[in-house]
Design a protein around this ligand. Structure first.
Ligand SMILES: NC(=O)c1ccc[n+]([C@@H]2O[C@H](COP(=O)([O-])OP(=O)(O)OC[C@H]3O[C@@H](n4cnc5c(N)ncnc54)[C@H](OP(=O)(O)O)[C@@H]3O)[C@@H](O)[C@H]2O)c1
Length: 255
């Protein structure tokens, strides 16, 4: 059953919101009164997330959304348009890392293509499909969940712990997300829609195939900390002008 949002309620679509950082973001924003559209590719996991959100006191509905499936993206946009007519916040959170740490000279382009399909092309397809709804909901925000692994500045800084990281497909896909943030934010300047990239940091989710319940190694954050900067940007007033930035809990990151 569709729950109709009250007029002027902030409408927030989060991709990959059935678990991990996406779910934690959904719960925090839902508790703050935002109406959450839980984007998930798996119906059962998506519905379970909606039930858990309802128990936590958040208003939420499930939206089937595999970000690599253009028909599903169109159907999701059509449904949001028909049921609510607008969106205020799009959080592009869905992402994968296939754990390919082969040297760049040998890394498989098959796995890189899969990472790019979800992390980059999927994010762009969802954004383009949702832009007319964000236009209707202006002022509006697009938050792209990126990664410090995609920072060119850190990857080329010998004093950075990312200097020796070797995961070219995932890193390049997130660097590309950042480039999309930069170009789209400039295009939408003065349009009332901000676009920012966020790095959650190394976070205890099931990302990359890690069992979510496994003990946290030293330095790994809990999920609430990983979601905190996304929540901060999404909770700021809708007419907040911050755009074209790459930030984490500690502040700005080099692109
Ligand atoms: N965890 C970290 O250390 C870390 C660090 C930096 C950046 N990030 C970024 O944070 C974001 C969230 O990651 P997480 O740690 O929360 O990982 P996670 O627990 O594995 O969650 C990833 C989410 O993305 C969804 N997803 C994957 N492929 C999808 C597709 N084709 N269509 C729609 N949804 C899809 C997953 O859905 P299913 O449940 O169906 O698999 C899941 O909901 C990602 O963009 C990741 O790159 C994570």
């Amino acid at each position: 059953m569709t729950i109709l949002a009250e007029s002027k309620q902030v409408m927030t679509l989060i991709t990959g919101a059935d678990k991990g950082i996406g779910y934690a973001t959904a719960e925090a924003l839902g508790k703050k009164g935002q109406f959450i559209l839980v984007g998930a590719r798996d119906q059962e996991r998506g519905q379970k997330a909606v039930q858990k959100l309802a128990k936590a006191g958040a208003q939420a509905v499930f939206v089937q959304l595999d970000v690599t499936n253009k028909d599903q993206i169109k159907a999701a946009a059509d449904r949001i348009k028909a049921d609510y007519g607008y969106l205020n916040i799009l959080i592009n959170n869905a992402g994968i890392a296939l754990g390919n740490h082969a040297p760049a000279s040998k890394a498989s382009t098959d796995s890189m293509r899969q990472e790019f399909d979800v992390n980059f092309f999927g994010l762009i397809d969802v954004t383009q499909a949702m832009l007319p709804l964000l236009e209707k909901g202006k002022p509006a925000k697009i938050i792209n969940v990126s990664s410090n692994m995609g920072s060119l500045g850190l990857a080329t800084d010998p004093s950075s712990r990312f200097y020796k990281v070797n995961s070219v497909g995932y890193q390049a896909s997130k660097a590309s997300v950042n480039f999309f943030t930069i170009t789209l934010s400039k295009e939408l300047t003065d349009e009332g829609i901000t676009v920012n990239s966020v790095n959650p940091g190394w976070t205890a989710t099931s990302f990359g195939g890690r069992p979510a319940s496994a003990p946290k190694p030293a330095g790994m954050q809990d999920v609430a900390t990983g979601a905190a900067q996304i929540i901060k940007l999404a909770s700021a007033p809708l007419d907040d002008l911050q755009t074209g930035t790459f930030t984490e809990n500690a502040g700005r990151l080099p692109w």
